[in-house]
Every structure is written in structure tokens, then in C-alpha cells.
Design a binder for this molecule. Sequence first.
Ligand code: 2PG
Length: 249
Amino acid sequence: MYQLVLVRHGESEWNKFNLFTGWTDVELSEKGVQEAEEAGKLLKAANFKFDIAYTSYLKRAIKTLYHILDEMELLWIPVHKTWQLNERHYGALQGLSKSDTAEKYGDEQVLLWRRSYDVLPPALTKEDDRYPRHDSKYSELTDDELPLTESLKETVVRVEDYWEREIKPQIIQGKQVIIAAHGNSLRALIKYLEHLSSEQIVDVNIPTGTPLVYTLDEQFKPIEKYYLGSQGKIEQKIETVANPDTIME
Ligand SMILES: O=C(O)[C@@H](CO)OP(=O)(O)O
């Protein structure tokens, strides 16, 4: 049997203002930092240990992992960063308000863009400043790898590839792994691990800064899964992610 811990970054500045974020490299909010520290404390109190950690190229996930490992006195372990664990690219929606977009295009269309498996958000053009070619952290990516937009389906392809190539072999070797990533890159991994259908994944929402613990059998089939922390608070957070218009600051 294997154990795996997944954690979505703590609340970001753009989660707070309810903006489509995707590959935009925004900071954690003050609350997001606290969530990350709390996640580290919970993992430490429950005696989790990690040998190796994985995260994306985006600082909200990198900093969440940092705070978790800091709380656990594990800052020394190897941390692998990859664009393949980045948030799903939200195309031309990046930077727009989710509630304004819902007013303009309707709740149903926004739900399709946010949660459906294969509906693509409107694409960027290559001239757009938001196209990742203009960002030096993606200089090693080929044109084919650089997204102008992504549905969850495309995100699953890149997450699955990294999981199979890099992460799974480490787990097979007996390493204890933590992955700090994003709402939709983790939904992609969960869809793959749990063999969820494109209908089932629509209802999966990942709370910010909350460790999700999986027990997997030798074939990597999940046999147990739970969130660490107060179940009431976790349900509230899941509701906020599912319906971000209800965010009260
Ligand atoms: O904006 C985003 O990139 C994601 C995660 O914050 O949002 P959503 O939950 O709407 O997919």
C-alpha cells in the first residue's frame, strides 16, 4: 500500500477577488499563508513525513509548499517544480471577474468553462501578454506545449504524463510524496487516479490549503481518501470553491 498527500494552494489574492486565474502568477493572500501554515501543523501533528515534494511553477503553490514544509521542519527535502502541475490555463478568461463573466454570459456557460471536462475557455492570441511564451519561466517549453487555453481534458494529459514519468516511480521506490498544486491540476490528477467519468469530475471541488490524504493499493487504486482538519470548515471551503460568488470578505 502507498500513501499520497495532495494539497491545493492556500487562498490567493485572485481567489479573494473572485478572478479567473489559471497561469497568472499571483501571490497567496494573508489568509492563504495562514491556511498553508495550518496545513503544515496538521500534517506534523498527525505524524506525516515526506521524502520528496512536487509543485508547479506558480508561486501560490510553491509558497504553500514552503510554509507546509517549514512547519514540519522538512524544508531540506528535495522539491521538484514543473509547469505540468500548473493550474489549468484559463485562456482569455484569465484576469476577468467570475461574477461579471456570469452576468455577461450566464451561469450555465460559466459553469461549463469552469467545471466541464472538455469545453475550452476562449483562447488567447499569441500576441496577448498573457500568452506564456512572453514569460521566461516557460522558455524551455515547445510551441505545442504552450497553451492558448486549456480544458480539463488537456490538463489531464500533461498531469498524467508527469505523474507516470516522475512521481509514480518515486512512490514505487518507497518515497513518501506530497504534491502542492492547484484546484484544476489536482482535479485532473484525481480524475485519473480515481478513474472518474467526465460527468463525475464536474462535481469535484478542492478546498484551499487542506491536505487530502490517499491510501492506494499496489495497483495505485485508491482505497481510502480523507481531508485532514475540521470537517465542518472543509465543507464550507468546498462550498466557497464551488460557488465563489458567495465569498464574503
Ligand atoms: O481561477 C482559477 O484558475 C481556478 C482556481 O482558482 O478557478 P476555478 O475554481 O473557477 O476553476
